[in-house]
Ligand binder design. Structure first.
Ligand code: IMP
Length: 435
């Protein structure tokens, strides 16, 4: 039996979708624990490209149960659209997908609120550069204890709860002279329709997962976004509104920490970020642009160009500590294939002095002067290599350098988007976690 958490060690987009898809073959269920359709997990199977936003990538394996946990926020319209897209490829989503009755529901007015909030830069509010999916405002309602959960959506009391929430939003719209408040009756009618479609997939997913664990089945917990976007440990306020770090896997699914066997971080061989916020090792030169092209670094959800930079050791050490990583998976090694030299940020300086802890404020993060070590590139294609021992020596040296500096074993390396372009280190902790 093995219950494993796989999550992003950087700012998201580390390639978790491909890894979770690959591993899901060995697990009975894959559970998403936070976020919503702001995530974009890209998986290539042969010529077909799948972009999963809300549904865990485990759904691509027949028979694997895909769980949307209680920590997730669900836009039912977006969910049904994603289901239809997968069904068009012959995937039996409705048989495999289970949606938590405790997950919160996103409404169109959450998106409106977000748009207005993000547009208030002139009034002194810094835009976060969100994905505009209504994620943050939905979590706001959850924490304010006025949100509507999936259990409410499918309940006969839904209309009453909805009207109370809609009344609240109307008052806010009036107070702030917001024209774009939406047609609340139309939303009600749409959501009643969505509820009827979703209902057969709704259950107490915490109970389901715990029952499976008692039956000695294997559960894979899939993080969305990445640790540096976690509401507590990320670069606040330039973060998402949920607990992307490993602890979120327990609160976001209702499975106890005592049931978790391993925690694995996914990190690119370099680093990227979408949206605003501090980024110490960002490369703003044409080399950064080359990486963006080579790595196709454009957002899977919004299409926005990702900001690119160099592997950041202090950041990785920080996320390893917060999450307790047992093992690291390094993705997109092949993107560095053509480079002459590869800088790695090995330390942070602030005011000329080395700092050993991650600054907690934006000002502190922006004051970081990254200290780089330049490693020689291997200038050979690593695509098609199926064994780590067959990698060019300098690529192996690069990986060993990352392992030594971060203090976490590298259990796997991915060198291409396909399922089979992933090498697992024999004898690693990761290999032992895989059932
Ligand atoms: P939100 O999650 O839409 O509220 O956006 C908050 C921040 O998280 C923004 O900087 C987004 O670009 C970022 N973000 C949200 N989802 C993802 C993701 O899946 N990958 C990378 N960044 C993300």
């Amino acid at each position: 039996m093995s219950n494993l958490i796989v999550l992003g060690a950087q700012w998201g987009d580390e390639g978790k979708g491909k890894i979770v898809d690959l591993f899901s073959e060995r697990f009975h269920a894959v559970a998403r624990y936070q976020g919503g359709h702001n995530a974009g997990h890209t998986v290539f199977i042969g010529e077909t490209k799948f972009v999963l936003r809300l549904i865990p990538s485990g759904v691509l394996r027949p028979g694997v149960i895909a769980v949307i946990g209680n920590g997730v926020v669900v836009d039912p319209g977006a969910l049904l659209e994603e289901i239809a897209g997968l069904e068009a490829h012959g995937i039996d989503v409705r048989a495999q997908l289970k949606v938590s009755n405790r997950a919160h529901v996103i409404f169109p007015f959450h998106r409106t609120i977000e748009k207005i909030s993000e547009g208030r830069e002139a009034e002194g509010r810094v835009a976060i550069g969100t994905t505009s999916r209504g994620i943050g405002p939905c979590y706001e309602d959850k924490i304010a204890r006025r949100g509507i959960r999936i259990a409410d959506l499918i309940d006969i009391d839904f209309e009453g709860l909805y009207r109370a929430l809609a009344h609240d939003k109307k008052l806010v719209a009036e107070a702030f002279h917001i024209e774009e408040a939406g047609d609340f009756d139309q939303i009600l009618a749409d959501y009643k329709r969505f509820a009827a479609e979703i209902k057969p997939m709704v259950c107490d997913t915490s109970h389901l997962l715990n029952r499976m664990i008692r039956e000695r089945k294997n559960i894979l917990f899939e993080g969305a976004q990445g640790t540096m976007l976690d509401i507590d440990f990320g670069t606040y306020p330039f973060v998402t509104s949920s607990s992307a770090a490993a602890g979120g896997a327990c609160t976001g699914t209702g499975v106890a920490p005592t049931k978790i066997d391993g925690i694995v971080g996914v990190s690119k061989a370099y680093i990227t970020r979408v949206g605003s916020g501090p980024f110490p090792s960002e490369d703003l030169t044409e080399v950064g642009d080359r990486i963006r092209i080579a790595g196709n670094e454009f957002g899977a959800v919004t299409g926005r160009p990702r900001r690119c930079g160099w592997f950041d050791v202090p950041l990785l050490r920080y996320t390893a500590e917060v999450n307790g990583f047992d093992s690291l998976i390094i993705t997109k090694l092949d993107v560095l294939d053509e480079l002459e030299t590869i800088p790695v940020c090995v330390a942070y300086k602030v005011d000329g002095k080395f700092v050993t802890q991650m600054p907690s404020s934006t000002r502190g993060m922006e004051a970081i002067e990254p200290v780089y070590e330049n490693l020689p590139g291997w200038k050979t294609s690593t695509r098609g290599t199926t064994q780590l021992s067959a990698l060019p020596t300098r690529a192996k040296d690069y990986l060993q350098f990352l392992e030594e500096k971060t203090g976490v074993e590298i259990g796997s390396v991915s060198n291409g988007p396909e399922r089979n372009e992933t090498m697992i280190v024999p004898g690693s902790k990761l290999a032992k976690f895989l059932p």
